[in-house]
Design a binder for this molecule. Structure first.
Ligand SMILES: *Cc1c(COP(=O)(O)O)cnc(C)c1O
Length: 436
């Protein structure tokens, strides 16, 4: 029986994805080969446990799938161990805590408003409730403040240190981080959720020689299904020969039940695609597009955090040009012209994560569609125009006035003739590039 309501929404979402340009740096378009296994009969199976050690029967083909996914991940990232069962990036990170820390132990991660992830110890996350979280920060240039990391690590002697972020525009200096973690005897986990595809394609240095543990999502630059992986490096096994066993136990039975076998099959296909020569070209192009988009924005007076972009993303700081907490206006107006971005905190954020003062832009999805310099220039110049249009709008100081003010803002943007023209232009560009 066909569920008309949901089918209709799928159709609408497909249309939305086709007619706009996706600039959210954590999103991408998975290929049809990656998506097919997600609706395969593997969706029906239970297989708690690991290959050749399951609590259910009928797992001979599931075992093969999981072993293939493991072997491909190990080869691609050059690691001796991987667990491909995490449901997503956040459960992967939780498993690392469970494997390396006792409740109450001290951990360090990048502060969320500075670009860090919730699961690196942000105050509302379970990782800060169950562990003692000491956040470090970025400096004025948007680079990790290594002097502060040193100072805090020496003082607090963390058991686990995280590097990695959701909003960081520079290359990660994994080596410097490892020096600090090694000096204080901490486990060093590199969370490469955002840059995994760039690392796989050789467009960003790998943390594998430096970290003990590497976690990732599979759905961002790696261009797979939603999912996660935890890798243990040779350095990690040297520090703790039981580390891979501890990780496996933390995922199951520590944190999860049956693995999502359809997702594992899809991850295996993702890793196959990421090992192809074409993926090297893809990851290089992501960075080229990102640097070029950043240069267009900068040339037009848009204030970017740090150098602009060294990877797949950039952060627009609206504080000086538009005022504190104005990210929401940029996000909503850009959405109306068909450029999907997300509001984001910026280093030294003076507002809150819900009403931040910046927006985050990235190129992995647009690059998948085959967009290049011409389209980045159009997108960049459209962003500049939209940022001009929203200049008069300021976030009300009173919390309770904000909802209505933003609603009225959206209404007037929907009627704005310039916004309508820009929307038509973006749609025309987008329609020339089919989505997978
Ligand atoms: C996206 C992300 C995650 C979490 O991924 P989910 O799949 O959304 O749970 C973890 N760490 C970092 C750095 C991320 O960017």
């Amino acid at each position: 029986m066909k569920d008309k309501k949901i089918y209709d929404l799928i159709r609408k979402e497909t249309k939305r994805q086709r007619e706009g340009i996706e600039l959210i740096p954590s999103e991408n378009y998975a290929s049809i080969h990656v998506r097919n296994p997600l609706s395969s009969p593997f969706v029906n199976k239970y297989s708690e446990g690991y290959p050749n050690a399951r609590y259910y029967g009928g797992n001979e083909f599931v075992d093969d799938v999981e072993i293939i996914a493991q072997e491909r991940a190990k080869k691609l990232f050059k690691v001796p161990f991987v667990n491909v069962q995490p449901y997503s990036g956040s459960p992967a990170n939780f498993a690392v805590y469970l494997a390396t820390c006792n409740p109450g132990d001290t951990i360090m991660g990048l502060n969320l408003p500075d670009g860090g992830h919730l699961t690196h110890g942000w105050k509302v996350s379970a990782t800060a409730l169950f562990y003692k979280s000491i956040p470090y920060h970025v400096d004025k240039t948007g680079h990790i403040d290594f002097d502060e990391v040193w100072k805090l690590a020496k003082k607090h002697k963390p058991k686990l240190m995280w590097t990695g972020a959701t909003a960081y525009v520079h290359i990660y200096d994994f080596k410097r981080f490892a020096e600090i973690a090694d000096a204080v005897g901490a486990y060093f986990a590199a969370d490469i959720a955002h840059v995994a595809g760039l690392i796989a394609g050789g467009a960003h240095p790998s943390p594998v020689p430096h970290a003990h543990i590497v976690t990732t999502t599979t759905h961002k630059t790696l261009r797979g299904p939603r999912g996660g992986m935890i890798m243990v490096t040779n350095k990690g096994l040297k520090k703790d020969p039981d580390l891979s066993k501890k990780i496996n136990k933390a995922i199951f039975p520590g944190l999860q039940g049956g693995p999502h076998d359809h997702q594992t099959a899809s991850i295996a296909v993702t890793l196959y695609e990421a090992a192809q020569p074409s993926f090297k070209i893809y990851s290089k192009k992501i960075v080229e597009n990102s640097k070029y988009l950043a240069s267009i924005l900068k040339k037009n007076g848009v204030d970017l955090v740090g150098v602009g972009s060294e990877n797949h993303m950039m952060l627009v700081d609206l504080t000086k040009t538009h005022g504190i907490g104005t990210g929401v206006f940029a996000e909503k107006a850009l959405d109306l012209v068909g450029l999907t971005v997300n509001k984001n905190t910026i280093p030294g954020e003076q507002s809150s994560p819900f009403y931040p003062s910046g927006i985050r832009l990235g190129t992995p999805a647009a690059t998948t569609r085959g967009m290049g310099k011409t389209e980045m220039k159009i997108a960049g110049e459209t962003i500049v125009e939209v940022l001009q249009i929203i200049l008069p709008y300021q976030l009300p100081k009173e919390q309770k006035e904000r909802g209505l003010y933003i609603k009225n803002f959206v209404k007037s943007m929907e009627k704005d003739p310039q916004i309508k023209t820009l929307r038509r232009q973006i749609k025309k560009v987008a329609m020339r590039f089919p989505i997978p």
